[in-house]
Ligand binder design. Structure first.
Ligand SMILES: [Mg+2]
Length: 781
């Protein structure tokens, strides 16, 4: 036998090569598995090259090639459609569309253009603001016998030679002031204000506007900002004159007058002048440190402020625009027991009665504190501070207690305790207050009144009962009807001398409820604003409510000599305060018999005097505005009586009287508006006689602060929308133009890219291999 073929010797080199190859393969597989988390031996799910079509190379993964294709397909899966496929996948791609973001250069270009547009608009706006020049700001105020008439004149220029501009006049008004006139001169036309009944004024305003005429409406919204905007032609100026009147009230032995100086910008001609004249003699004057005061005589002092433009810049950097000019003064006390009388030539008189040197009467004070959930946050913090402030001001002879209400009422001490012994404990209790629960306003109020009503009669002799309510005035449980609450309080307080005072907290304060309660029950109401320190805001509050020198004051004149007068009965006169009555006496009367009766610490007191009706002589050409003062007082009292009364026919009668007076004296009150109409000059006289067509002037009254939803009035402007759009028109046009240019450039750039891509696509389609070859090339997971 040939025997077995001899075994060929092993090719070691070949075997090593196989080993090496095996090791390499294992290493590659391991790398794939560990690096990419994919098992290369597992059959891959193959997606068709084109959507929803089977793939010819679906089984390719079974052979070794799949392992090599993996990385390729993996990478392609990360790419954009264009890099994943060598041919278009959709019709959109076919015509050149790509999901890739805009090219970097294009994006940068677009950003650049947008930035350029924005800065151009900004520059334009700055230009626009620079074109408005505040030329003049004059404040002239004359305070004769405590009645102040303040006139503000402002001249604003649109110095842009080409464009019309919107100019604005703004003024912060005191709370108790009535606007009595507003006029302006713009684009050669003069406008003036006439007081009309609110609805009538609104109707006339609408009619004038729809007839294409220019008109404006000025309405009262209390102590807020008066603002009016008008559109002026290119290179023209507007002159605004606003006049308002107020009675300067005496508190804590001084009269305080304040006027807000805000010209809107630095002005070349800035001047503020306040002249205080009083026939009794002006004494103890004080003013803001930047004000110059000059005493012209015993009865006349002038306060002035006339800063240069540089000084205004310096001041506005330190204090901002819009400083308050404060003036304080007092008048020499009269020797007449019934107070000072000022009479004018029409027999209108004003009586100013005050009493000094009275001993402070001890008070019995009950705090009724709202600790409901709505008081949480700043309100409860301010409440704690307010309480601490007042408790620390109590005199040792005073008595007090506190009760809190939320869902239920809680007492600190059920009866009044001595301030000297319990002051510290009271402060600690006040500081421990926390807010939670509902608001049982009615229960808190009635329980507080009950504490004062059940005082021991002999121990409370000669003490003033006071109730101070600290709340945001939003009842939620128990009696929630406000009319019912006011009626309940009135009923509980009938026949008592308790005065109900309210401190209102918070931005959403129900001020009206507190005002009704306080006015109906001989108290005062004060708002504590969230932004400021509560203790500071309470300055003088306790003095005001706690140091009555006389109670139940009644002033009477002999019937034959006095025709009309404002209210003559007052619940309290506080130390350093003053009672003001104004009226008119009969012309043939030579003297008025006056009697003032009240209850002081030592029982009833009475003062009588015979007053001459000869006009009061005042140095200089000044005459007292007693007639207007009487109207001012009467209107305020009639309006307040509406809040205190529940008799509807009486309310209506009072409102009618208040309306008649407001119209007669041209006052802007809650019942009236000032309709601003164009003055029609006589034919052929001056530039105002040009045709109305094409007139650009717009007038509007606006109010920027304290938008109350339930406000009885809202400043109606002459189509404020149109006003705003007309004013902003140049800016809008320039921005629109820029946007248009940018859009055009972007469109051209996009079109260029589109054409280029389309060409490239067609080229690729022409150059590409057959679809079958394409499919074979491209596999994605
Ligand atoms: Mg509440």
């Amino acid at each position: 036998m040939a025997g077995a073929e001899e075994k060929e010797p092993e090719n070691i080199v070949h075997r090593n090569a196989i080993f090496c190859e095996t090791i390499h393969k294992e290493q590659r597989d391991q790398k794939l598995y560990t690096s990419y988390g994919v098992n290369p031996y597992k059959k891959m799910h193959v997606v068709a090259g084109k959507p929803n079509s089977p793939h010819d190379s679906a089984d390719a993964a079974e052979d070794g090639e799949a392992r090599y294709e993996f990385l390729q397909t993996y990478r392609k899966a990360q790419g954009t459609p264009r890099s994943r496929y060598s041919y278009p996948q959709t019709e959109a791609q076919e015509i050149g569309w790509d999901t890739k973001p805009l090219m970097g250069v294009l994006r940068a270009l677009l950003l650049l253009l947008v930035a350029a547009a924005a800065s151009a608009a900004l520059v334009k706006r700055q230009d626009s603001e620079e074109a408005i020049v505040y030329k003049l700001f004059h404040v002239d105020s004359l305070v004769v016998s405590r009645y102040a008439v303040t006139s503000i004149t402002s001249v604003v220029q649109n110095s842009d030679p080409e464009q019309s501009k919107e100019l604005e006049f703004r003024m912060q008004l005191p709370e108790t002031a009535f606007i009595s006139n507003f006029s302006m001169s713009v684009n050669g036309r003069t406008y003036y204000g006439v007081a009309k009944e609110k609805a009538e004024a609104e109707q006339e305003f609408e009619e004038r506007i729809s007839a294409g005429e220019n008109a404006g409406l000025v309405q009262s919204r209390g102590s807020e900002v008066f603002s009016i905007r008008i559109n002026t032609a290119a290179d023209s100026e507007a002159t605004f004159v606003l006049k308002y009147e107020e009675l300067i009230v005496r508190r804590r032995s001084k009269y305080s007058y304040r006027v807000n100086l805000n010209p809107g910008s630095v002005v070349d001609d800035f001047q503020a002048r306040v002249r205080v004249v009083d026939p009794q003699g002006v004494v103890e004057t004080a003013a803001s440190d930047f004000v110059l005061s000059q005493r012209l005589s015993d009865t006349e002092v002038v306060f002035s402020y006339q800063p240069s433009a540089d000084q205004q810049r310096e001041d506005s950097a330190k204090y901002g625009l819009g400083r308050d000019l404060d003036i304080e003064f007092d008048v020499t006390p009269t020797s007449v027991s019934v107070g000072e009388f000022v009479v004018d030539s029409n027999c209108y008189f004003a009586q100013f009665f005050s009493k000094t040197g009275a001993e402070a009467v001890p008070v019995d004070l009950v705090f009724v504190i709202d600790v409901s959930g709505s008081m949480s946050g700043t309100k409860i913090t301010q409440t704690r501070d307010a309480l601490e402030t007042i408790i620390n001001q109590l005199r040792d002879t005073d008595r007090f207690t506190m009760l809190t209400f939320s869902t239920n009422v809680r007492y600190w001490h059920e009866d009044l305790v001595s301030a000297s012994e319990y002051r510290l404990e009271g402060v600690m209790f006040a500081q421990s207050l926390q807010a939670s629960g509902s608001t049982n306003f009615n229960a808190g109020l009635l329980d507080g009144i009950a504490v004062l009503k059940r005082r021991d009669e002999s121990a409370s002799q000669g003490r003033i009962p006071l109730l101070v309510m600290l709340t945001d005035g939003a009842p939620t449980v128990g009696v929630t009807n406000e009319d019912k609450i006011v009626a309940n309080a009135g009923e509980a307080l009938t026949g008592t001398s308790i005065s109900l005072n309210c401190l209102g907290f918070g931005q959403n304060l129900n001020f009206q409820l507190l005002e009704r309660l306080a006015l109906q029950n001989d108290g005062i109401v004060r708002t504590i604003y969230e932004g400021d320190d509560a203790a500071e805001q309470l300055e003088g509050f306790f003095d005001e409510i706690s140091t009555p020198v006389l109670q139940n004051i009644k002033i009477s004149y002999d019937e034959n000599s006095v025709k009309t007068s404002s209210a003559t009965e007052f619940p309290l006169l506080f130390e350093g305060g003053e009672i003001v009555v104004a009226g008119q006496c009969n012309k043939d009367t030579q003297n008025i018999d006056v009697e003032v009766v009240g209850t002081g610490t030592d029982g009833q007191v009475s003062f009588t005097a015979e007053i001459s009706t000869n006009p009061t002589s005042i140095v200089g050409d000044y005459s007292p505005s007693t007639e207007r003062l009487q109207a001012h007082l009467l209107i305020q009292q009639l309006l307040n009586s509406r809040l205190a009364s529940t008799n509807q026919s009486e309310i209506n009668a009072n409102l009618q009287k208040a309306l008649d007076l407001s119209l007669k004296y041209n006052f802007v009150t809650e019942l009236t508006s000032l309709i601003v109409v164009e003055e029609i000059p006589e034919i052929g006289s001056g530039p105002g006689n040009e045709p109305r067509a094409g007139n650009e002037t717009l007038i509007g009254g606006g109010n920027d602060f304290g938008d109350k939803e339930d406000s009885v009035s809202s400043p109606v402007t002459m189509d404020s929308g149109a006003e705003a759009s007309v004013g902003a028109l140049p800016v809008i046009l320039s921005v629109s133009l820029l946007v248009l240019i940018v859009s055009a450039i972007v469109a051209v750039a996009l079109a260029a890219v589109f054409i280029k891509r389309r060409r490239a696509t067609h080229q690729r389609l022409n150059d590409s291999v057959t679809p079958q070859q394409c499919i074979e090339k491209d596999t994605v997971i």
